[in-house]
Design a protein around this ligand. Structure first.
Ligand SMILES: *Cc1c(COP(=O)(O)O)cnc(C)c1O
Ligand code: SF4
Length: 365
């Protein structure tokens, strides 16, 4: 929708990421003004905004079709008092990320992959964020000592082939810091590749510049794992950003979160997944929401996700289908679930499956 500005931005201002961040909304009042509605419209956002601060760029807000809390864009960026009131069973750190660090900032959960946390700055505060517990903490840039300790750990753990660089959002780091981190991990001989987790291509696509792409690809082969949840997030700016990454040699995968009231139906997700391929983004995961305090109201239940995956299989390109997955509590790792399952056995003992057209077919061994 068209936003409301006291002075209308020029097209070059709109496409400038500094301008977007300088004009980001940090309060209900600022967001309501941009949306051209009275702040009272967001009366049921006050408690949540006080606990988990609002932060959204004009670019992302402009993707909304209305200022209603039910709009899938508004639902991802505007506080909602459900974040405080409907949170039974949630924990701030349900995946025990804080407890599984061998050295500060490094989470080594799977044998051949380790995850490095760069900070807690993002280009938006996504209301469903699994790390929203950290929004109000000051997590400064990694110091040289912290980076050196992580590098030492990786050198003495030659089984780690892949380093995930996460945050916050690593693409919000100053370019020198990002470059230093990429160089440091790339210099470890046993590290074969990097994976950068960033929502910047979705919420601040103008931040993707040829210079940034050059930094990302300046070390070991680097993939970008991004985070789109709704087809309306795919715009001309996203297409431009993906083009830059592509030409810069950075392949992109997407990790969506299944979110109640945003994308919890086969039509929306089918459109998202097939559209992503046109932007050269491979759908990689569809995550069921973690039991995170402040994000419980987005959870759908695993069965709802399996049902959607079952409706999509066979109907859309196999390349567009991500793996449906969730994380076990307390850092016990990811589980992938397939909607296809063995329904039973026929008279010869062969397993029976349900085809994508819902026919029961047995598969002789
Ligand atoms: C998700 C995750 C990974 C990566 O898992 P993949 O299945 O390879 O995407 C690595 N480390 C941690 C701590 C994770 O949570
Ligand atoms: S960009 Fe990622 S880490 Fe940052 S607020 Fe959004 S979901 Fe959380």
């Amino acid at each position: 929708m068209k936003l409301n500005f006291s002075t209308e931005p020029s097209p070059s201002q709109w496409l400038n990421w500094h301008w977007q961040l300088e004009h980001a909304a940090h309060s209900i009042e600022e967001a309501a003004e941009l949306l051209g509605v009275a702040p009272e419209k967001f009366a049921s956002s006050r408690l949540a905004a006080a606990r988990y601060p609002l932060f959204v760029t004009p670019y992302y807000l402009s993707l909304a079709e209305s200022a209603e809390l039910s709009d899938p864009i508004i639902r991802q960026c505007m506080p909602n008092d459900d974040e405080i009131n409907c949170q039974q069973g949630g924990a701030p750190d349900a995946l025990a990320e804080d407890a599984t660090s061998p050295v500060p900032r490094l989470v080594h959960r799977y044998t051949d992959r380790a995850l490095f946390v760069t900070g807690n700055i993002c280009a938006m505060h996504c209301r469903h964020c699994m790390r929203k517990r950290d929004w109000c903490k000051m997590l400064p840039l990694p110091t040289d000592d912290e980076l050196a300790a992580a590098v030492e750990y990786l050198k003495s753990h030659g089984e780690v082939r892949e380093v995930l660089i996460s945050g916050g959002d690593p693409l919000m780091l100053p370019e020198e810091s990002l470059e230093k981190i990429i160089k440091a991990f790339s210099a470890v001989p046993s590290v074969e590749m990097l994976r950068i987790g960033s929502r910047v291509p979705c919420v601040l696509p103008m931040r993707i510049t040829p210079r940034l792409a050059a930094i990302i690809s300046s070390g070991k082969p680097a993939w970008l794992a991004t985070h789109f949840n709704h087809p309306r997030e795919l715009t001309q700016q996203v297409s431009d950003a993906c083009g830059i990454l592509n030409r810069g040699g950075v392949p992109i995968v997407n990790q969506s979160v299944l979110l109640k009231g945003v994308n919890d139906n086969a039509e929306t997700l089918g459109k998202l997944f097939t559209s992503l391929l046109r932007y050269y983004i491979k759908p990689y995961y569809l995550f069921h929401g973690d039991p995170i305090e402040g994000a419980m109201h987005f959870r759908t239940g695993i069965e709802a996700g399996l049902k959607i995956m079952d409706e999509l299989r066979g109907r859309i390109s196999g390349m567009a289908l991500p793996a449906f997955a969730f994380d076990l509590p307390d850092g016990n790792g990811k589980i992938r679930l397939q909607p296809e399952k063995i329904l039973g056995r026929d008279e010869n003992g062969a397993p029976i499956f349900k085809s994508w057209q819902k026919k029961e077919i047995s598969y002789p061994n």
